[in-house]
Design a protein around this ligand. Structure first.
Ligand code: G16
Length: 544
């Protein structure tokens, strides 16, 4: 039946988009009517679909294929004119952002729970991106959430599943579904930004690279770009076939979950450069022989060197980072005399700065780096920019990093995560610190002196919107800092994130082991919050 049918539905609790869309256990998404209630709430929040074009795709995790069929039926029934879908339902998040922009679509529905594991007992997610290609701003996600509370019906078609395996057009009802190759347009965009000849020459000269796609969506992109177009030897891309359960792994490119890759670069005969990306291809981890580059340092190094790539040769308009990200990039911006912006956690907050031309490069401590080429962070883009810089500077990653610290000083940095904490305990930790903030300036804690303490609030310089309660900050004399906030992407209990930073100037000791460099701040956080005492945790689950 290609005539739209209306079905009654009752609202589901908790369909509130978090840091990046709605993320829940897969089983919750699979409840009858759950996807439909959320998708109809999106369509209603954007004032319907009549005549509109959407990009639809996901990271290929368990339930990706089924959810896409539901979305396509509903888009058609709601009057959409066209949906552009990645072949097999696959699109990396940055590639989806690119398609929305390139094809001037009205928006996109992206299915992913990012770096979280996939499977029937694991995680799933769905988010809406607007016409600029970026995650919907809070005004839109707020409207979606309001709709989810009162939704009483959705509209769909009673048509069989579409075949999304072949390129071309199919038509359920009056809407056209265009199945596109997920890689082609994205790879073409990368060729416009980077000096592929220089990178090709670097690789041909024996510079060894490994890229771990972690059984997730970047596999096909990395095979095409690194191996086919840049000539890296076959085998450069590891775990390059997307799997619905990511090979039962945790597709999170950090030293814990990508440990085999880290071990490889730390070994005697490891590659010169290694990198990994996450479930949906927007995060990245950068490694060089014997060295791990923190995401905060990566942003700073890329900001200082981006002009070496053709796409950024005219210089940067500005740099933006999320508040908990280290302030290493700020020092680069200051030296370059360009704008520097501090936003709340969540890529959506960069959208206005990028659209307004205020920032060219953005980055986050959570392994996200990107630029104004799309409106999402972009894992492979970061890898290619690093390779372009390496090809021009002809130095090792370790030497580039050392040179950077000797110029700007070093912001030692680490994030400590306490995962799946009981919500009441996590709230008690945060509320305890909130209550103390005003009295902290001038006091001593674990040998450090507090200079300032506050709750971060953001005034968007483009649209004037204000976002409050975006994390607790304690600044210590001498440039050290501790930040605490609750994750907005977890699906189980609460995740407490503690972000630790210590600045050492260029003439200071630049070679301290990171956790050792931050040990005093860890003690100060415990004294201030009683985090470990309240949660009963002896140590963090993850240290990045
Ligand atoms: C998302 C957001 C990022 C954010 C990260 C962690 O990334 O897009 O901006 O930094 O979550 O957020 P939280 O600290 O609230 O868990 P992704 O890669 O998960 O989509």
């Amino acid at each position: 039946m290609t005539t739209p049918v209306t079905r009654e539905i009752t609202p589901f609790d908790g369909q509130k988009p978090g840091t990046s869309g709605l993320r829940k256990k897969t089983g919750v998404f699979m409840l009858e009517g759950y996807v439909e209630a959320f998708v109809q709430s999106i369509f209603d929040a954007i004032e319907g679909c009549e005549g509109k074009t959407f990009v639809v795709g996901g990271d290929g995790r368990y339930f990706n294929a089924e959810a896409i069929q539901t979305i396509l039926r509903m888009a058609a029934a709601n009057g959409a004119a066209r949906c552009i879908v990645g072949q097999g339902g696959l699109l990396s998040t940055p590639a989806a952002s690119n398609l929305i922009r390139q094809r001037e679509a009205n928006g996109g529905l992206i299915l992913s729970a990012s770096h979280n594991p996939g499977g029937i007992d694991e995680d799933f997610g769905l988010k809406y991106n607007t016409a600029n290609g970026g995650p919907a701003p809070e005004s839109v996600t707020g409207a979606i959430f309001e709709n989810t509370k009162t939704i009483s019906r959705y509209v769909t078609l009673e048509t069989p599943d579409l075949d999304l395996s072949a390129l071309g057009e199919v038509a359920p009802g009056d809407m056209v579904v265009e199945v596109v190759d997920p890689v082609t347009d994205y790879a073409a965009l990368m060729e416009t930004l980077f000096d592929f000849d220089a990178i090709r020459a670097l690789l041909a000269g024996g510079f060894a690279v490994k890229f771990d796609a972690m059984h997730a969506v970047t596999g096909p992109y990395a095979h095409e770009i690194l191996e086919n177009r840049l000539g890296a030897p076959k085998g450069t891309v590891l775990n390059g076939t997307p799997k619905v359960d990511f090979g039962k792994g945790h597709p999170d490119p950090n030293p814990i979950w990508a440990k085999p890759l880290v071990d490889l670069v730390m070994s005697e005969d490891g590659p010169d450069f290694a990198a990994a990306s996450d479930g949906d291809g927007d995060r990245n981890m950068i490694l060089g022989k014997g060295v791990y580059v923190t995401p905060s340092d990566s942003l700073a190094v890329l900001a200082a060197n981006a002009h070496l790539a053709p796409g950024y040769a005219r210089g940067l308009a500005g740099v933006a980072r999320s508040m908990p990200t280290s302030r290493a990039a700020d020092r680069v911006a200051e030296k370059l005399g360009i704008g520097c912006y501090e936003t709340p956690t969540g890529w959506k907050f960069f959208g206005n700065l990028l659209d307004a031309g205020k920032a060219t490069l953005c980055g986050e401590e959570s392994a996200g780096t990107g630029s104004d080429h799309v409106r999402e962070k972009d894992g492979l883009w970061a890898v290619l920019l690093w390779l372009n810089v390496l090809a021009v500077r002809k130095m090792s990653v370790a030497d580039i990093l050392r040179d950077h610290w000797q110029t700007f000083g070093r912001n030692y940095y680490s994030r400590h995560d306490y995962e799946a904490v009981e919500t009441e305990k996590a709230n008690a930790v945060v509320e305890g610190l909130v209550a103390k903030l005003d009295g902290l300036p001038g006091t001593g804690v674990a040998g450090l002196t507090v200079e300032e303490a506050d709750q971060f609030a953001y005034l968007d310089p483009v649209d004037g919107s204000v976002s409050e309660k975006q994390g607790l900050r304690v600044m210590f004399r001498g440039g050290s800092r501790a930040v605490m906030r609750l994750s907005g992407t977890g699906t189980e209990g609460a995740t407490i994130r503690v972000y630790l930073e210590r600045y050492v100037p260029a003439e200071g000791d630049l070679e301290i082991e990171t956790q050792q460099a931050l040990a005093e701040i860890v003690l100060a956080v415990e004294e201030l919050t009683q985090l470990r005492a309240i949660t009963g945790r002896a140590e963090p689950d993850v240290m990045t």
